[in-house]
Ligand binder design. Sequence first.
Ligand code: SAH
Ligand code: DHB
Ligand code: MG
Length: 211
Amino acid sequence: MTEHEQLLAYAERLFCVEDAALQEIRALHEREQLPPIAVSAEEGKLVHVLLRATGARRVLEIGTLGGYSGAWIARALPAGGRLTTIEANPRHAAVARQSFVLAGVADRVELREGAALDVLPRLEPGYDAVFVDADKPPLERYYAEAVRLLRVGGLLLCDNAFFHARVLDTEDCEPDVAGVRAFNRLAAADPRVVATIVPVRDGLLVGVKMA
Ligand code: SAH
Ligand code: DHB
Ligand code: MG
Protein backbone atom coordinates (compact mmCIF):
# COMPACT_ATOMS: atom_id res chain seq x y z
CA MET A 1 0.00 0.00 0.00
CA THR A 2 1.19 3.50 -0.76
CA GLU A 3 1.26 5.96 2.14
CA HIS A 4 -1.83 7.66 0.72
CA GLU A 5 -3.69 4.33 0.68
CA GLN A 6 -2.60 3.65 4.26
CA LEU A 7 -3.96 7.04 5.31
CA LEU A 8 -7.30 6.36 3.59
CA ALA A 9 -7.48 2.98 5.34
CA TYR A 10 -6.69 4.68 8.66
CA ALA A 11 -9.52 7.19 8.20
CA GLU A 12 -11.90 4.44 7.10
CA ARG A 13 -11.08 2.21 10.11
CA LEU A 14 -11.66 5.12 12.44
CA PHE A 15 -14.71 6.81 10.91
CA CYS A 16 -16.47 4.57 8.41
CA VAL A 17 -17.38 1.56 10.52
CA GLU A 18 -20.56 -0.24 9.45
CA ASP A 19 -22.87 -1.32 12.25
CA ALA A 20 -24.56 -4.75 12.17
CA ALA A 21 -27.50 -3.51 10.07
CA LEU A 22 -25.30 -2.01 7.35
CA GLN A 23 -23.24 -5.23 7.28
CA GLU A 24 -26.44 -7.26 6.93
CA ILE A 25 -27.57 -5.01 4.09
CA ARG A 26 -24.27 -5.65 2.28
CA ALA A 27 -24.67 -9.41 2.87
CA LEU A 28 -28.24 -9.22 1.52
CA HIS A 29 -26.95 -7.49 -1.65
CA GLU A 30 -24.51 -10.37 -2.16
CA ARG A 31 -27.10 -13.09 -1.52
CA GLU A 32 -29.47 -11.40 -3.96
CA GLN A 33 -26.60 -10.93 -6.42
CA LEU A 34 -27.22 -7.24 -6.92
CA PRO A 35 -24.52 -5.46 -8.95
CA PRO A 36 -21.68 -4.41 -6.59
CA ILE A 37 -22.11 -0.71 -7.30
CA ALA A 38 -23.45 0.67 -4.02
CA VAL A 39 -21.49 3.52 -2.47
CA SER A 40 -18.63 2.52 -0.16
CA ALA A 41 -18.83 2.99 3.61
CA GLU A 42 -16.52 6.01 3.30
CA GLU A 43 -18.80 7.63 0.72
CA GLY A 44 -21.93 6.69 2.67
CA LYS A 45 -20.46 8.26 5.79
CA LEU A 46 -19.47 11.41 3.88
CA VAL A 47 -23.01 11.81 2.51
CA HIS A 48 -24.36 11.16 6.01
CA VAL A 49 -22.14 13.85 7.56
CA LEU A 50 -23.02 16.38 4.82
CA LEU A 51 -26.74 15.78 5.39
CA ARG A 52 -26.34 16.20 9.15
CA ALA A 53 -24.21 19.33 8.68
CA THR A 54 -26.93 20.93 6.57
CA GLY A 55 -29.81 19.68 8.75
CA ALA A 56 -31.48 18.05 5.74
CA ARG A 57 -35.07 16.87 6.42
CA ARG A 58 -36.39 16.11 2.95
CA VAL A 59 -33.98 14.18 0.74
CA LEU A 60 -34.42 12.76 -2.76
CA GLU A 61 -32.32 9.90 -4.12
CA ILE A 62 -32.33 8.87 -7.78
CA GLY A 63 -31.18 5.21 -8.00
CA THR A 64 -31.92 3.15 -4.89
CA LEU A 65 -30.38 -0.23 -5.80
CA GLY A 66 -30.72 -2.33 -2.61
CA GLY A 67 -30.96 0.60 -0.22
CA TYR A 68 -27.39 0.77 1.07
CA SER A 69 -26.84 4.49 0.40
CA GLY A 70 -30.47 5.03 1.37
CA ALA A 71 -29.76 3.59 4.81
CA TRP A 72 -26.86 6.02 5.33
CA ILE A 73 -29.09 8.87 4.14
CA ALA A 74 -32.22 7.98 6.11
CA ARG A 75 -30.21 7.59 9.31
CA ALA A 76 -28.97 11.17 8.93
CA LEU A 77 -32.51 12.58 9.01
CA PRO A 78 -33.99 14.23 12.09
CA ALA A 79 -37.30 13.00 13.52
CA GLY A 80 -40.01 13.67 10.96
CA GLY A 81 -37.50 13.68 8.11
CA ARG A 82 -38.21 11.84 4.85
CA LEU A 83 -36.19 10.15 2.11
CA THR A 84 -37.88 9.71 -1.26
CA THR A 85 -35.88 7.28 -3.40
CA ILE A 86 -36.54 6.27 -7.02
CA GLU A 87 -35.77 2.81 -8.44
CA ALA A 88 -36.75 1.40 -11.84
CA ASN A 89 -35.83 -2.26 -11.21
CA PRO A 90 -38.51 -4.09 -9.14
CA ARG A 91 -36.00 -6.70 -7.95
CA HIS A 92 -33.70 -3.99 -6.61
CA ALA A 93 -36.68 -2.22 -5.03
CA ALA A 94 -37.75 -5.41 -3.23
CA VAL A 95 -34.26 -5.78 -1.71
CA ALA A 96 -34.25 -2.10 -0.75
CA ARG A 97 -37.52 -2.49 1.16
CA GLN A 98 -35.90 -5.25 3.23
CA SER A 99 -32.80 -3.11 3.78
CA PHE A 100 -34.85 -0.19 5.08
CA VAL A 101 -36.45 -2.53 7.63
CA LEU A 102 -33.01 -3.85 8.65
CA ALA A 103 -31.75 -0.28 9.12
CA GLY A 104 -34.83 0.67 11.16
CA VAL A 105 -35.78 3.47 8.74
CA ALA A 106 -38.70 1.95 6.80
CA ASP A 107 -41.10 4.50 8.33
CA ARG A 108 -39.20 7.46 6.92
CA VAL A 109 -38.43 6.17 3.41
CA GLU A 110 -40.77 6.41 0.46
CA LEU A 111 -39.62 4.15 -2.37
CA ARG A 112 -41.02 5.25 -5.74
CA GLU A 113 -40.80 2.40 -8.26
CA GLY A 114 -40.46 3.60 -11.82
CA ALA A 115 -38.17 5.25 -14.33
CA ALA A 116 -36.65 8.43 -12.92
CA LEU A 117 -37.72 10.51 -15.92
CA ASP A 118 -41.35 9.46 -15.32
CA VAL A 119 -41.28 10.04 -11.55
CA LEU A 120 -39.21 13.24 -11.31
CA PRO A 121 -41.53 15.61 -13.23
CA ARG A 122 -44.35 14.68 -10.81
CA LEU A 123 -42.38 15.70 -7.70
CA GLU A 124 -42.85 19.09 -6.06
CA PRO A 125 -39.81 21.29 -5.29
CA GLY A 126 -38.57 21.83 -1.75
CA TYR A 127 -35.92 19.14 -1.20
CA ASP A 128 -33.03 19.93 1.14
CA ALA A 129 -30.73 17.52 -0.72
CA VAL A 130 -30.76 15.43 -3.90
CA PHE A 131 -28.39 12.45 -4.38
CA VAL A 132 -28.12 11.44 -8.05
CA ASP A 133 -26.87 7.85 -8.56
CA ALA A 134 -28.82 6.09 -11.33
CA ASP A 135 -28.14 5.52 -15.04
CA LYS A 136 -25.65 7.94 -16.58
CA PRO A 137 -26.86 8.80 -20.14
CA PRO A 138 -29.75 11.04 -18.92
CA LEU A 139 -27.60 12.93 -16.40
CA GLU A 140 -28.15 16.27 -18.14
CA ARG A 141 -31.89 15.87 -17.56
CA TYR A 142 -31.33 14.64 -13.99
CA TYR A 143 -29.30 17.80 -13.40
CA ALA A 144 -32.19 20.02 -14.51
CA GLU A 145 -34.68 18.10 -12.37
CA ALA A 146 -32.39 18.05 -9.33
CA VAL A 147 -31.85 21.82 -9.49
CA ARG A 148 -35.59 22.39 -10.02
CA LEU A 149 -36.47 20.23 -7.00
CA LEU A 150 -33.85 21.64 -4.59
CA ARG A 151 -34.74 24.56 -2.37
CA VAL A 152 -32.36 27.53 -2.43
CA GLY A 153 -29.51 26.51 -0.12
CA GLY A 154 -30.12 22.82 -0.87
CA LEU A 155 -27.35 20.27 -1.34
CA LEU A 156 -26.67 18.69 -4.73
CA LEU A 157 -24.83 15.34 -4.63
CA CYS A 158 -23.90 13.15 -7.58
CA ASP A 159 -22.01 9.85 -7.51
CA ASN A 160 -19.47 8.67 -10.09
CA ALA A 161 -18.25 12.14 -11.05
CA PHE A 162 -14.98 10.52 -12.25
CA PHE A 163 -16.72 7.54 -13.85
CA HIS A 164 -13.77 5.18 -13.46
CA ALA A 165 -11.46 7.89 -14.89
CA ARG A 166 -13.33 7.68 -18.19
CA VAL A 167 -14.05 11.46 -17.98
CA LEU A 168 -10.36 11.91 -18.88
CA ASP A 169 -10.41 9.82 -22.05
CA THR A 170 -11.37 12.33 -24.74
CA GLU A 171 -11.83 9.51 -27.29
CA ASP A 172 -14.49 7.93 -25.06
CA CYS A 173 -17.81 9.49 -26.09
CA GLU A 174 -20.19 6.71 -25.03
CA PRO A 175 -23.54 8.02 -23.79
CA ASP A 176 -22.80 7.16 -20.14
CA VAL A 177 -19.50 9.04 -19.93
CA ALA A 178 -20.99 11.89 -21.98
CA GLY A 179 -23.76 12.13 -19.38
CA VAL A 180 -21.28 12.31 -16.50
CA ARG A 181 -19.25 15.02 -18.28
CA ALA A 182 -22.40 17.01 -19.03
CA PHE A 183 -23.51 16.91 -15.37
CA ASN A 184 -20.07 18.00 -14.16
CA ARG A 185 -19.87 20.83 -16.73
CA LEU A 186 -23.35 22.07 -15.86
CA ALA A 187 -22.62 22.07 -12.12
CA ALA A 188 -19.29 23.85 -12.70
CA ALA A 189 -20.71 26.58 -14.95
CA ASP A 190 -24.24 27.13 -13.60
CA PRO A 191 -24.40 30.59 -11.95
CA ARG A 192 -27.10 29.25 -9.57
CA VAL A 193 -24.82 26.51 -8.23
CA VAL A 194 -21.48 26.36 -6.42
CA ALA A 195 -19.91 22.90 -6.55
CA THR A 196 -16.80 20.76 -6.46
CA ILE A 197 -15.83 17.09 -6.70
CA VAL A 198 -14.64 15.27 -3.59
CA PRO A 199 -12.24 12.52 -4.73
CA VAL A 200 -13.84 9.77 -2.65
CA ARG A 201 -14.23 6.37 -4.37
CA ASP A 202 -15.40 7.23 -7.92
CA GLY A 203 -15.81 10.97 -7.21
CA LEU A 204 -18.69 12.62 -5.36
CA LEU A 205 -19.88 15.92 -6.82
CA VAL A 206 -21.01 18.18 -3.97
CA GLY A 207 -22.80 21.43 -4.69
CA VAL A 208 -25.17 23.99 -3.24
CA LYS A 209 -28.05 25.67 -5.07
CA MET A 210 -27.39 29.34 -4.29
CA ALA A 211 -30.26 30.94 -6.19
N1 SAH B 1 -27.49 4.53 -4.67
C1 SAH B 1 -27.26 3.09 -4.61
C2 SAH B 1 -26.65 2.57 -5.89
C3 SAH B 1 -27.49 2.84 -7.11
S1 SAH B 1 -26.98 1.86 -8.50
C4 SAH B 1 -26.31 2.80 -3.47
O1 SAH B 1 -25.25 3.43 -3.41
O2 SAH B 1 -26.61 1.93 -2.64
C5 SAH B 1 -28.01 2.53 -9.73
C6 SAH B 1 -29.48 2.12 -9.61
O3 SAH B 1 -30.22 2.94 -10.50
C7 SAH B 1 -29.76 0.67 -10.02
O4 SAH B 1 -30.47 -0.01 -9.01
C8 SAH B 1 -30.62 0.79 -11.27
O5 SAH B 1 -31.62 -0.20 -11.38
C9 SAH B 1 -31.25 2.15 -11.06
N2 SAH B 1 -31.67 2.78 -12.30
C10 SAH B 1 -31.06 2.72 -13.51
N3 SAH B 1 -31.71 3.44 -14.42
C11 SAH B 1 -32.77 3.99 -13.78
C12 SAH B 1 -33.84 4.85 -14.18
N4 SAH B 1 -33.91 5.31 -15.43
N5 SAH B 1 -34.74 5.23 -13.27
C13 SAH B 1 -34.65 4.79 -11.98
N6 SAH B 1 -33.67 3.96 -11.55
C14 SAH B 1 -32.75 3.57 -12.42
C1 DHB C 1 -20.93 1.74 -11.42
C2 DHB C 1 -20.78 2.30 -10.14
C3 DHB C 1 -21.73 3.17 -9.67
O1 DHB C 1 -21.62 3.77 -8.45
C4 DHB C 1 -22.82 3.50 -10.44
O2 DHB C 1 -23.72 4.36 -9.92
C5 DHB C 1 -22.98 2.95 -11.69
C6 DHB C 1 -22.03 2.07 -12.20
C7 DHB C 1 -19.91 0.79 -11.91
O3 DHB C 1 -18.98 0.50 -11.19
O4 DHB C 1 -20.07 0.35 -13.05
MG1 MG D 1 -22.97 5.24 -8.23
